[in-house]
Design a protein around this ligand. Structure first.
Ligand code: SF4
Length: 485
């Protein structure tokens, strides 16, 4: 999962993506990058590195990013490594200079790499699946008819790409001396939104994973990119849209549950509103169980809205019993195990005065492996809680996700085989309330979405064995990676 943003028609577009990437930092903290293009000098400028946005883009590096078109990326590794050669943006120089960023996972990586090698004599040099999107675009443009306009050539190239490259991906690209393009897989599993700003009688455009980017840059949110749609904006700011492949929209439900910022929206469903809805449904489920509760408390930060609504419906006080230390980052580097453990402990600190002697209903966005939840529950008990119940706004996660959220192995998921009673025992809670799967549609307010990790209904079929082989090879080891859940 990553954050992506593209901007065209804006002076100093590169440096302007620096604040925009702050708005997408929660989508990836492993690395970040900006690629800009200067139409006057026909030059690309690239700055990317491991780490957080604020640590990478010094003033000097921002000033090097010249031009009125730019791409920005925050990286969370699911395929590929966190080695420098895998960082985005990536680019190629033939048949045009093409730069690109994406958010998602290609699920038939080996097959496409093999095909590129054997039938197109193209080799990949990174372990990032973005590189095959880049090659496929280049191959399509090379084989397009000379007489076609650029937008026709692009439509031909991306139509072919959507057929051959399986998975969940939203991508933004730049063509040297030409303009910017954006496309999404045929089911639109990963988010990409379009914003615009009036410039004379035309618009400058911004593409972003989340809506708050537009607010930060002074753009208005216009619309979502549709599944299988290609948008092209040329250097004169003419706008073209192509419907290249139309399949049922299957947006990832986990964006609303956990991943997206509360202030964004997608498919007309504001994330905050959905989280309030999930809280109401959980309150009704708690009432059915007849739990005795003194206070309702969120696990910060994602579940705050749901916990608020849940407390309102149950007419119980809402309290913050855990405080998140915003200065302890996920990517912190501490070599001594003892210090590292202390840092992990500091990420969430208990407010003992609000915990001691209370029956607490803790609300979390999801329970993935269960180890973090178990640790938090132990923390509340050690701080004197009389009872601890846990409510999850996500139904039980039983299956792997192959589309860009890092829970790919079924056996590591606590709900994969365990019953609710067994999960309760593992977590050490006095009661457990999951949002029922059959009420998720009501909570999201959508008819169709991806919920494969809950019910096994995968919009794009995947061979688990070959996916895991590719993933473990690309990670370069045993497939273990740090997971923020
Ligand atoms: S499997 Fe789950 S996490 Fe993955 S895209 Fe589908 S809903 Fe989202």
């Amino acid at each position: 999962m990553c954050g992506i943003v593209g901007l065209i028609g804006e002076p100093k577009a590169g440096p302007k993506l620096y604040p925009a990437l702050f708005a997408l930092q929660h989508r990836g903290q492993d690395a970040a990058g900006i690629l800009s293009y200067d139409f006057e000098r026909s030059q690309f400028h690239l700055e990317k590195d491991l780490g957080l946005v604020q640590d990478i883009f010094t003033e000097e590096r921002q000033n090097r990013l010249k031009g009125s078109m730019a791409l920005g990326h925050t990286r969370y590794s699911t395929i590929g490594t966190v080695d420098k050669e895998d960082l985005q943006p990536l680019f190629l120089s033939y048949p045009y200079g093409i730069g690109m960023i994406h958010n998602g996972n290609v699920t038939n990586y080996d097959e496409v790499v093999d095909d590129l090698r054997k039938s197109k004599q193209r080799w990949t040099f990174s372990r990032n699946d973005l590189e095959i999107l880049l090659h496929m675009t280049a191959v399509g443009l090379t084989s397009a008819k000379e007489a076609e306009t650029l937008s026709q050539k692009m439509a031909t190239a991306i139509r072919e790409l959507l057929v051959k490259v399986e998975g969940a991906y939203s991508a933004i690209g730049m063509l040297a001396d030409q303009g910017m393009f954006a496309f999404s897989d045929s089911h639109g599993i990963r988010p990409l939104l379009v914003g615009r700003k009036k410039v004379g009688d035309k618009f400058s455009y911004c593409f972003a994973s989340e809506k708050q980017v537009f607010f930060g840059l002074g753009y208005e949110y216009w619309r979502d990119l549709q599944p299988g749609e290609l948008i092209l904006v040329d250097k004169e700011l003419n706008f073209y849209s192509f419907e290249l492949s139309k399949k049922e929209a299957r947006p990832c439900m986990f964006e609303w549950i956990y991943f997206a910022g509360s202030e964004t929206e997608w498919h007309g469903r504001p994330v905050y509103d959905v989280r309030l809805n999930l809280g109401r449904i959980l309150a009704e489920e708690c009432q059915k169980k007849g739990l005795e509760i003194d206070v309702v408390a969120p696990v910060p930060d994602t579940s705050r809205a749901a916990a608020c609504r849940l407390a309102e419906v149950l007419q119980k006080p809402y309290r913050e019993v855990l405080i998140k230390n915003r200065y302890v980052q996920r990517s912190f580097i501490v070599n001594q195990p003892e210090l590292r453990k202390m840092m992990v402990n500091l990420k969430l600190s208990p407010v003992e005065s609000e915990i001691r002697g209370k029956k607490i209903l803790l609300v979390d966005d999801s329970i993935v492996r269960g180890t973090t939840s178990a640790r938090i529950i132990r923390l509340l008990r050690d701080s004197g809680a009389e009872k601890v119940y846990l409510a999850s706004t996500c139904p039980p996660i039983r299956n792997p996700c192959f589309y860009g959220i890092d829970f790919p192995e079924g056996k590591s998921l606590i709900a994969h085989e365990k019953s609710e009673a067994e999960i309760e025992e593992f977590l050490g809670v006095d009661g457990l309330v999951y949002l029922p799967l059959e009420r998720l549609q009501e909570g999201l307010g959508l008819k169709s979405f991806c919920s494969a990790c809950l019910d096994g209904d995968y919009p794009v079929p995947v061979s688990t064995e070959s996916f895991m082989k590719t993933r473990n090879h690309n990670i370069g080891g045993d497939g273990k990676s740090e997971v923020p859940l």
